[in-house]
Design a protein around this ligand. Structure first.
Ligand code: ACM
Length: 638
């Protein structure tokens, strides 16, 4: 009896410790719908047979997996269609559709003797493969052969997405990113089961897509003066500064990108941002403007151009299309004819955001249009424009989507809305019966700073990882059946290179991916951030840049009633120690440890701070000027 209970205890303890280890090794993002961890491990053999029905779409998946396994694991991979052949990894398409899994779901079974992924569609197999890769050691992400034990925990996973629209937007206008970089972005997205890349192709700073019938859009509109520093306040370009920065995608490039996405089960949605944000188009074809002198305009190079004051948006040069001119609609018809042929995706995004109306207000053309069409205000003028554009887009067999400003003067009959100024636009549009994609600044703006302002290139707002993780695409009051999903947006005014694209996207992209894929009930910050850290390690292997802002403290300065400046510091993730100095030397863990609000010594000029986990420095060294703390509490700095 004693022996028996001892044996039972040992068994129980080893089962428990196995459970702990397995749990610790599982770090899947986005969190699957259902995961059962089983004892034992799968050991990837040196010679791997992947067995799958070798149809065109499934071959995309098997080739993807083969590249991964031959790359880092150095495995010798053979593909076999014969279902009777023994195979370490089997991919199966369900003969009878599993209604739970839908189009993108999968079932992943990892046993000691082999792996089986089954799905209704090849896309599901692809996502099953992504999960399998995340079960393998982090070194699988390396671009070079690694010598580690290639094991995966045995699991039984059933998984499918919460939303069909899981997107990221990349602004390729403010700064241009090459075709190769866009492909890299797609590669990073699909690891996290995103299926939609929204390309913001046109803006004041550049028109980035070849339109054969309108060549000046790219010979003229795709180039400006290269400037570096803080975008938005650059000096006005002088005539001797070369207009050679920028570029565009040829139609062949676009076809290649669309195919690259399709091969990874990802669609590309083009955005042509009109009637505002259209300076590149106006410079190329000044007859599109309602303002005299537009022929002297130049593509913007980041100089001050818009005022976003309390009185509304005012443009300093007229960056809008003339809503009262037939030339505008003829132009847009040509653009849509070509774009609709290039992108198979069902929606075209037509912008509609931040359209300054101050030049329209001055325009005789616009006044005549208002009288003729009985339009009461500028919002109705924009609505007139949007409705005409919707007709053009639909005539090309596509659906029309715009930013939430298109609601203001009245929505066109079938317009879909992307809600960015918070969630209200999405709630309103869905209640009016329109399709909605949620991408509110509050949670989903990847251009916002993700650590303290002293650590980041300056943008007008901050968005930390824990706030991004709160993204809920179906807000209270919305008609849930019309919410297609969600996406995060990376505007690139302050993003000058592709490494910074990566830095701005990750880890907040993880938070968005989990918000649009995983069941709402599965979201849990305390389970999420340790997984994020595991993915940081994977990104180190893959040499993908990410923001470590989650380790930087948040500063809350306060002026006490006795006129003493104090600072509170908190971290997003628990278990970190904050060490600090006021004497300008760099603190380590032998310096004062933060335990509560600290008083800033009267003559101190710098607060220097670093976070540790145990004995290891983990955060970045932050130098916070005391003058900056004073500025934040409304006191003049020194
Ligand atoms: C936007 O952020 N202007 C859509």
């Amino acid at each position: 009896m004693k022996k028996l209970s001892l044996a039972f205890c040992c068994c129980f303890v080893s089962f428990l410790s196995f459970g702990q280890t397995a749990k610790n090794t599982l770090a899947i993002i986005p969190e699957p719908v259902k995961t059962v961890i089983k004892p034992r491990q799968f050991i990837l053999p040196k010679y791997v047979t992947i067995q799958a029905p070798l149809t065109k779409d499934v071959v995309l998946v098997t080739e993807y997996l083969k590249r991964k396994l031959t790359g880092a694991a150095g495995a010798m991979v053979t593909l076999k269609a014969n279902s009777a052949a023994p195979a370490a990894i089997k991919l199966l398409l369900n003969k009878k559709a599993d209604t739970v899994l839908g189009k993108e779901g999968y079932h992943l079974w990892v046993g000691a003797k082999g792996v089986v992924i089954s799905a209704n569609e090849p896309a599901g197999l692809f996502y099953g493969v992504q999960t399998l890769i995340q079960l393998l050691p982090k070194e699988i992400e390396s671009t070079e052969v690694q010598h580690v034990k290639w094991v995966a925990p045995c699991v039984d996973i059933t998984d499918y997405p919460r939303f069909g629209w899981r997107g990221l937007m990349l602004d390729v206008s403010r700064h241009f990113f090459t075709k190769q970089e866009v492909k890299q972005y797609i590669d990073q997205m699909v690891r996290y089961k995103f299926n939609l890349l929204h390309m913001h192709l046109t803006d004041d700073e550049g028109w980035r897509i070849e339109i054969k019938s309108l060549p000046r859009l790219t010979t003229v509109g795709a180039f400006n003066v290269k400037k570096v520093g803080e975008f938005g306040d650059f000096s006005a370009p002088t005539p001797d500064e070369p207009r050679t920065y920028g570029g565009f995608y040829t139609q062949e490039d676009i076809k290649e990108l669309v195919q690259y996405g399709k091969d990874r089960f990802l669609n590309i949605m083009p955005e042509v941002d009109v009637p505002g944000h259209s300076l590149a188009a106006v410079v190329s074809y000044p007859e599109l403007s309602c303002t005299a002198g537009a022929d002297k305009y130049q593509v913007r190079s980041g100089e001050h151009m818009m005022d976003f004051g309390a009185g509304g948006i005012k443009a300093l040069v007229d960056n809008t299309l003339n809503p009262a001119s037939e030339k505008t609609y003829e132009f847009l018809d040509k653009v849509m004819s070509e774009i609709s042929q290039l992108f198979p995706f069902g929606y075209i995004h037509l912008g509609g955001d931040e359209c300054a109306k101050n030049f329209w207000e001055q325009s005789a053309d616009v006044k005549a249009l208002m009288a003729k069409e009985n339009l009461k205000n500028m919002e109705e003028v924009q609505s007139y424009f949007e409705k005409r554009l919707e007709t053009i887009v639909e005539s090309k067999g596509k659906k029309f989507m715009g930013w939430d400003e298109i609601i203001e003067g009245g929505l066109g009959p079938k317009a879909a809305v992307m809600s960015w100024r918070g969630i209200q636009g999405g709630i309103t549009a869905s209640k009016l019966g329109h399709e909605v994609v949620m991408s509110p600044t509050t949670f989903a703006y990847l251009d916002y700073m993700q650590s303290d302002r002293v650590m980041e290139p300056h943008v007008y707002a901050s968005l930390r990882l824990n706030k991004s993780y709160e993204f809920e695409p179906v807000p209270d009051g919305a008609d849930a059946k019309l919410i297609l999903g969600g996406q995060a947006n990376l505007w690139t005014e302050q993003v000058f290179n592709f490494r910074q694209v990566e830095y701005m996207t990750w880890p907040r992209g993880f938070a968005i991916s989990e918000s649009v894929w995983s069941p709402k009930a599965k979201k849990n910050w305390n389970s999420f951030y340790p997984r994020v850290e595991k993915h940081f390690a994977r990104f180190n292997e893959a040499e993908i840049k990410y923001a470590p802002g989650v380790y930087d403290p948040d500063f809350k300065p306060q002026m006490n009633t006795d006129n003493k400046l104090t600072v509170e510091m908190t971290t997003e993730i628990p278990g970190l120690d904050i060490y600090y100095s006021f004497d300008n030397s760099y603190p380590d863990r032998f310096y004062p440890k933060y335990t509560g609000a600290v008083e800033v010594p009267k003559d101190a000029s710098q607060l220097k701070v670093i976070t540790y986990r145990g004995k290891d420095p983990i955060g970045r060294m932050i130098s916070m000027p005391v003058a900056e703390l004073k500025r934040r509490v409304g006191q003049k700095g020194q």
